[in-house]
Design a protein around this ligand. Structure first.
Ligand code: AMP
Ligand code: MG
Length: 328
């Protein structure tokens, strides 16, 4: 069975095509800026502009035509209403024009399921999902993917991008902050806010912004200290969730997980507690259509369907709103 998945929860418009466990195509186009952050309506305009070409490239890469596809999946949640609507509209149109079944999926769960697909030995991981808007520690428990810990305010990527803007860097700021951080080893103490299994970054952002504005600190040192602090916070809560759930696998997901320092710290934490760390390759860490297609296939096989009349978006749906009937 071949599924075409459309991703549009935020800055990325992606189309992935998956046949059984094989990714035939995973094409994306990212909305980016030189100076400001994401304006939802502008990101939506971007998605409308690139929609056709991303779809065509994915089909070409997979050597397929739309008639060969058996199922259309789209990310229905969570995300920006403006951009989610574009993906849902595209999916609905394709499904209706080509008489294909449709399925709406949850983006956070897709990050976890693509990890389980890529690493068959990774059966029941704790997912540390760190993207622009989302920072969550997710694991399967009692029939649902539950959020064991999360940010109490902004996502880790948002923190990084907002601070990058402060330094005059455009969106996305993560890779540039990482490059600057690699030039320093001087740690400046920053607020470290962990509450149980939750984290908070708002105070840290205000503090860092003030420090940057004061002109008394080297940018490289601030970037280095930012990374060391937030990654330690993220791994502390991940480790606590692993201990709480008795799970021995950590899976990384989300754009921030592309950071090699975060990956290094995650590997080390897992090694120290006799656990295994799984890091998907970059094309599957960031937002992508292949993971949407894969989750669509899993859900469809388990009998889930989305009728056209129900193919709405759910910008605020949480992972534990979804009943998981595709796992034994
Ligand atoms: P996503 O929403 O999952 O596609 O992730 C986007 C976020 O990942 C943005 O906030 C980026 O700044 C961040 N990001 C991308 N690459 C890196 C990196 N190497 N280090 C830290 N953050 C990154
Ligand atoms: Mg994501």
């Amino acid at each position: 069975m071949i599924c075409l998945g459309i991703e549009s929860t935020a800055h990325t418009f992606g189309v992935g095509i998956v046949k059984d466990k094989i990714v035939l195509a995973n094409v994306k186009d990212l909305f980016s800026t030189d100076t400001g952050g994401i304006i939802p309506s502008k990101a939506a305009e971007h998605h409308v502009e690139v929609c056709d070409s991303v779809l065509d490239s994915a089909l070409r890469e997979a050597h397929l035509q739309l008639k060969d596809v058996n199922l259309i999946a789209y990310s229905r949640a969570p995300g920006l209403g403006h951009t989610l609507k574009i993906g849902a509209f595209a999916a609905r149109t394709l499904a209706q024009l080509h008489h294909k079944p449709l399925i709406g999926v949850n983006h956070c769960i897709a990050h976890l399921e693509i990890g389980r697909m890529l690493f068959p030995e990774c059966k029941d991981p704790v997912l540390l999902y760190v993207s622009g808007a989302n920072t969550q520690v997710i694991a399967y428990e009692g029939g649902k993917y539950r959020i064991f810990g999360e940010t109490l305010d902004i996502g880790a990527g948002n923190l990084i991008d907002t601070f990058a803007r402060e330094l005059g860097i455009g969106f996305p700021g993560g890779p540039k902050i990482e490059a600057m951080a690699s030039k320093s080893h001087s740690y400046i103490e920053l607020p470290y806010v962990v509450k149980g299994m939750d984290v908070s970054f708002g105070g840290l952002l205000t503090h860092l912004t003030k420090m940057a504005k004061s002109g008394r600190y080297k940018k490289e040192d601030l970037c280095y200290s930012l990374q060391e602090t937030i990654f330690a916070m993220l791994l502390e809560v991940s480790e606590r969730a692993m201990a709480h759930c008795g799970k021995k696998e950590l899976l990384l997901g989300g754009g921030v997980a592309c950071n090699s320092r975060l990956q290094e710290m995650a590997e080390k934490m897992c090694q120290e507690r006799g656990a295994k760390c799984y890091v998907p390759e970059k094309q599957f860490l960031v937002d992508n259509g292949a993971m949407i297609a894969w989750l669509g296939l899993l859900m469809h096989k388990a009998g889930n369907r989305t009728q056209i009349k129900d193919s709405i978006i759910k910008p605020y749906e949480r992972t534990d709103d979804v009943k998981v009937n595709w796992r034994q």
